[in-house]
Structures are given as structure tokens and as C-alpha cells.
Design a protein around this ligand. Structure first.
Ligand SMILES: [Cu+2]
Length: 285
């Protein structure tokens, strides 16, 4: 698969070089390919995001850094035209599923409050109005978005063809209720394509597990308000995304035991998807 896509990319590069050499700027130019991702650095703290107000459409490489003191993540939500960040925050105060005009697209999932660890996600965004929110709960179970951890993001149009996300060597399908992994999660850095096969929204939190701890211990610790010694350390993953959404994340694994978890509430009974079995222990070696 990686060979096929390289062979598609290479001729474009040659063509672009030839076009430049020929100085064909006067003719109607073919759409130019975006050179690479737009780097979007987002810094989380209790309870606000520091981020640009506006970015250009195309492949966005979100880098999430967390200055704490709490654990935070970044959820990217596309809002249908006419809807504002205020509308979104108001709608999220109501129990039940989010409004149909708010499209949860993913983003970089939870990162510990070290100010150094980074969670990375590539998303291809079209021009429009977006929101960045944190849905991680505080010790009373109230999501951080309700403490003001919400920020508007404008994506401006671009004539360039979006750059391609890095070729994944691992794909993880989110299902009701499972994580299905294809490819080998070995020690080292991986580009992981995360695809929500639905029918419900899902997320994937990755945690490096403490000795003798299981993914379910992390779920229980989060549900109990994240008090005391954490049974695992968050190391990114994919933030909540609607069915059919996908993104690519870059994660570096050391040898060891990891947990994959989905904390989203179930459409039928409101319980976390982890309680429905969307929790997986994996060993990387
Ligand atoms: Cu889920």
C-alpha cells in the first residue's frame, strides 16, 4: 500500500518541478499540492486552550501539549454554517447526544500534564467554523468544556490540494464495541490510522499501564475522579469522532503493556463504552 501511494506522489513532484522550470505561471495553473501539513500547536491548561484563531484548510497536524495540572485532550468539532461556539457550549449543557450540526472529527487524545509530552493527530479540514473542546471530566465528573475549555477555530479556504497524511503502518477500527487492530504494534514510532466504523461515536485513549495494571484499572480510576496513584499514563490516541470519521495519529511505543479505552456514553444505556467491552489490553514487544 505504501508503494502504491508513493508511486502516485512521485510523478506529481516531478511535474511540479518541470512546471516551475518552464515558468508556466501565465497559464491557468493546475491546483498546486500543499507542500506538507500545517502545524497547529495547541497548549492546554486548567481550563483553557492556547491556539491560533485561524488556520488554512488542508492537512492539519495538531500538536497538543498539556501544562496541567489536569489531564486534557483536544476534540475538533466542525459546526454547520450559522452555528457558533456559544451555541455549541449551550447545546452540550443538555444531557443526551450532541446536536446533529456539530460534527465530532477527532483530534489528539489525552496527554499528561508535563508540558513536554505531545499528542499528535493529522486531520484534513475544509474551510469553515470549528470548535476545540476538552471533554475530560474533573474530579466531580463535570467535563472541562463546562469550565470554559472551549475555543473557536476558523479554517480559511485554500486553493492547494491538501497534502496526504503520513502513510499508516497500523490501522485501528473503532467498533461497537471493540478496537480491531491490523498491522504490528511493535516498539517504536507508528503512524496509526484510526477509523470509526460506528454506528456510534467513539474515541481511543491510549494509556501506558503501570506494572500489573490492566486497561480496566485505568477506566475505574478515571470513573472514581482520578484520585491517587494513576494505574496508567495517557499517551495520546484519537479524540471522540463521529461514525465514518478517521484520522492519523503518531505514537511512539516502548516495550510494555498498554490499554485502549473508549469513555463515550452509550446511546442505549448511557454507560461508558468501556463497560460494554470497548477496552483492550495490548502488549508491545
Ligand atoms: Cu466508544
Amino acid at each position: 500500500m505504501s508503494q502504491a501511494s508513493w508511486s502516485r506522489v512521485a510523478p506529481l513532484g516531478v511535474f511540479a518541478a518541470l512546471a516551475l522550470a518552464a515558468g508556466c505561471a501565465k497559464k491557468e495553473a493546475a491546483p498546486v499540492a500543499q507542500a506538507g501539513p500545517n502545524h497547529v500547536i495547541v497548549t492546554a491548561a486548567d481550563y483553557a486552550f492556547q491556539a491560533p484563531d485561524s488556520i488554512t484548510a488542508g492537512l492539519e497536524m495538531f500538536h497538543l501539549v498539556n501544562k496541567g495540572p489536569s489531564i486534557h485532550h483536544l476534540v475538533i468539532i466542525q459546526m454547520d454554517s450559522g452555528k457558533t461556539l456559544g451555541d455549541l457550549v449551550t447545546a452540550l449543557k443538555n444531557p443526551g447526544p450532541p446536536p446533529a450540526w456539530a460534527h465530532f472529527l477527532g483530534g489528539p487524545n489525552a496527554v499528561p500534564p508535563t508540558g513536554v509530552d505531545t499528542s499528535v493527530a493529522y486531520l484534513t479540514l475544509a474551510a469553515g467554523n470549528y470548535a476545540m473542546i476538552c471533554m475530560v471530566p474533573d474530579s466531580a465528573g463535570v467535563p472541562h468544556v463546562m469550565h470554559g475549555m472551549a475555543r473557536a477555530l476558523t479554517v480559511t479556504p485554500s486553493a492547494a490540494t491538501p497534502a496526504a497524511a503520513p502513510e499508516p503502518d497500523v490501522t485501528i477500527h473503532l467498533k461497537d464495541y471493540d478496537f480491531v487492530i491490523t498491522g504490528n504494534l511493535t516498539a517504536g514510532t507508528h503512524n496509526i490510522r484510526v477509523v470509526n466504523d460506528g454506528p456510534q461515536p467513539h474515541e481511543m485513549v491510549i494509556a501506558a499501564l503501570a506494572p500489573r495494571k490492566k486497561a480496566m484499572d485505568v477506566v475505574k480510576w478515571v470513573d472514581a475522579g482520578m484520585k491517587g496513584m494513576p494505574p496508567g499514563k495517557p499517551m495520546g490516541g484519537a479524540s471522540p469522532m463521529e461514525p465514518s470519521a478517521s484520522e492519523t495519529i503518531t505514537v511512539t511505543f516502548a516495550k510494555g503493556n498498554y490499554g485502549l479505552m473508549c469513555f463515550l456514553p452509550d446511546a442505549k444505556d448511557g454507560k461508558e463504552h468501556a463497560a460494554h467491552g470497548m477496552v483492550k489490553d495490548i502488549t508491545v514487544d
